[in-house]
Design a protein around this ligand. Structure first.
Ligand SMILES: [Cu+2]
Length: 628
């Protein structure tokens, strides 16, 4: 990525800028070809891999300003030499935003300046997206306060305002790889589609993963993977305000929420560049901090000819290194991170790829439970990417070195109860949550009441045209309390077989899903997926320890803050158009245990991290309450 117009005025002078842009493009291509992007600790004289700008705390404080602004950038393909324009929301005009680096106990003081244009008038209601240019800031994965000026996603920062964000990490916070991005409901997809996100690294001291000798010796590389979407002219635009449903009926009948994107371009970038080139010495070990900062696509990440040695999931150190053999991908849902060590093999060029999720059977956990197709149907309005996607080219060359990988146990993450404490403490509460999809046009089967979930009729009545602001919206992407199971209708109405639900299925900022989530609680949750698409479960503030996938216990429970809940199986095909109500269909599920840290009291959210789903309401408010 090369920024072209640092403070491009979106309202005027576009033509003049285009002339400048075309002139600069030739130059930027040259700079990239010469390896002009810098790395913080390059250990050879070859061109380096681009790294986002680093802003590091000093004396316990990171005081910085982030401008939310529309910028025009050139997405350079470092392998082919081509490039493409993108114009849309960014932090500081760059894709991605700067990397923030802090230590446990530090305070982040961010002055967030909203330089976006004014919002268009609101014409729809309910959970329908609105206010594309209102923003806020979420620190994804940090165990910090959700209140006040902290990691508070209920704040709304309007165009033309400057907003102070103050987030203090507890001294006991675990070290690891996190990230920050906007989280104002309805504007999240739009802002991230243009690359508005950045990495957030918590550096640990002695006794943490960062001080394991083999990890300390490894070059530390940030890899921010982003799936960016633009119109053919390079612009990133907002939703169709008159949408009748989630995905369009046909390209001609463009009635879907993201219908402007039916003929869009999708670019997969790593640190803002398409297919950048990373150099390694034979035998060199590097630490890659991989982040899927895309809006919804699952990335099945694999490096040709090389094992991925996993040392942390979602920024949390695992008990001992886990080696994925060459060809076995690490599956990254939107929002997930993986820290891996890679030891370079023989000289040569190896592609770091995102494999085809339709033709590769892969597990949602690196431990390999229940491998399957990994379909994240973000929305039929976005063209499917062409796989495999090249995320980077890794060139192994130069003099050989012999660096070691860790052996034996890795240090336990600070600030979290031990795995044995988590799994042996009787839970204070047992909860069941479900991802439920309803849509009369979402695939032929859903049009038949007998072939859709029994909850759908009732919720279609609740979320009628009046709810959506006068126009009907025929898709419900819900996350619900599954223990709110309803009652059979009497006499039985096949359109509404179950009625009388007590809770909502779409995001309502005024109503928490549960009224008894107390700080200090140990809880056990099972999240079910009653749809034929993966959904990524994410909860703010407190990570959770996954103990089972599809009911199968994990050999080693895994900490995450975002985790794919597998789609129901078998997936429907043209030959076998199975309905979600078919008795042979098995829903996917995950089970986890969690503990609410005292610092996290307040109002937060659970949601699907497929942002297109979140922005149409697949989110619920949850409150962590002081103990009664
Ligand atoms: Cu989802």
């Amino acid at each position: 990525m090369n920024k072209i117009a640092p403070k491009l005025n979106w309202r005027s002078g576009r033509l003049a800028w285009l002339v400048v842009i075309v002139a600069i493009l030739a130059v930027t291509r040259l700079i990239i070809a010469c390896g002009g992007s810098s790395s913080s600790n390059s250990n050879n004289s070859l061109p380096s891999f681009p790294q986002p700008q680093v802003r590091q705390s000093a004396a316990g404080q990171l005081n910085t300003t982030l401008h939310a602004e529309i910028a025009t950038n050139a997405l350079v393909n470092a392998t082919s030499g081509g490039d493409a324009l993108i114009q849309g929301p960014t932090y500081e005009g760059t894709i991605p935003g700067p990397t923030l680096v802090v230590n446990p106990g530090d305070t982040l003081n961010i002055s967030l300046v909203n330089d976006f244009p004014p919002n268009p008038p609101v014409t729809r209601a309910g959970a329908f997206p609105h206010a594309p240019y209102t923003t806020n800031l979420h620190t994804h994965g940090l165990e910090v306060s959700p209140e006040g000026n902290g990691d508070n996603v209920y704040r709304q920062m309007d165009p033309g305002t400057t907003n102070q964000v103050t987030i203090t990490l507890p001294t006991y916070h675990h070290a690891g790889t996190f990230w920050y991005h906007p989280h104002d409901h309805g504007a999240v997809t739009f802002q991230l589609m243009a690359g508005m996100a950045g990495m957030l690294i918590v550096k640990g001291g002695p006794g943490t993963l960062d001080y394991v000798p083999q990890v300390q010796a490894a070059k530390d590389i940030a890899m921010v993977f982003q799936g960016l979407h633009t119109l053919p002219n390079g612009q990133v635009v907002y939703v169709n305000p008159n949408a009748a449903q989630f995905g369009s009926t046909t390209p001609q009948q463009a009635d879907g929420l993201w219908s402007p994107y039916i003929t869009s371009n999708t670019y997969f970038t790593t640190n803002g560049v398409i297919a950048p080139v990373l150099y390694m010495h034979p035998g060199e070990v590097q630490r890659w901090r991989m982040l899927n900062a895309g809006t919804g696509e699952n990335l099945l990440v694999a490096l040709q000819g090389h094992a991925l040695n996993v040392i942390a999931n979602d920024g949390i150190t695992i008990p001992s290194m886990l080696t994925l053999p060459a060809g076995t991908p690490y599956v990254m849902g939107s929002g997930q991170r993986a820290d891996v060590l890679v030891k370079a093999g023989a000289p040569g060029t190896y592609l770091l790829q995102a494999l085809n999720p339709l033709t590769t059977l892969a597990s949602v956990t690196p431990q390999g439970i229940a491998p399957a197709q990994r379909i994240a149907r973000i929305d039929g309005d976005f063209p499917s990417p062409t796989y495999p996607i090249t995320l980077a080219s890794v060139v192994v060359t130069g003099y050989p070195v012999d660096m070691a990988l860790p052996n034996g146990p890795l240090p336990p993450p600070a600030g979290l109860p031990s795995i044995s404490m988590m799994t042996s403490t009787p839970p204070n509460a047992v909860r069941h949550v479900t991802f439920d999809l309803c849509g009369t046009n979402a695939g032929g089967n859903q049009a038949q009441p007998s072939q859709r979930l029994p909850v759908c009729g009732y919720y279609f009545q609740q979320y009628n045209a009046a709810y959506w602001g006068g126009l009907p919206f025929d898709s419900l992407n819900m996350i619900r309390d599954a223990d709110d199971a309803g009652v059979p209708s009497v006499p039985l109405d096949p359109n509404e077989p179950l009625v009388g639900f007590k809770k909502g299925g779409l995001f309502d900022p005024n109503t928490p899903l549960f009224s008894d989530m107390y700080v200090g609680n140990y809880e056990q949750w099972t999240v079910t997926n009653r749809s034929f698409s993966d959904h990524v479960f994410h909860i703010h503030q407190n990570p959770f320890l996954v103990t089972a996938v599809n009911g199968i216990p994990l050999p080693v429970p895994e900490w995450h803050d975002s985790f794919i809940v597998p789609a129901a199986t078998p997936l429907p095909t043209v030959k076998n158009p199975v309905a979600i109500t078919d008795p042979n269909v098995t829903f996917g599920s995950i089970t986890f245990v969690t503990h609410y840290d005292p610092i996290t009291v307040g109002q937060l959210v659970i949601h699907c991290h497929i942002l297109q789903h979140e922005d149409i309401g697949m989110m619920q408010r949850v409150d962590i309450l002081p103990r009664p």
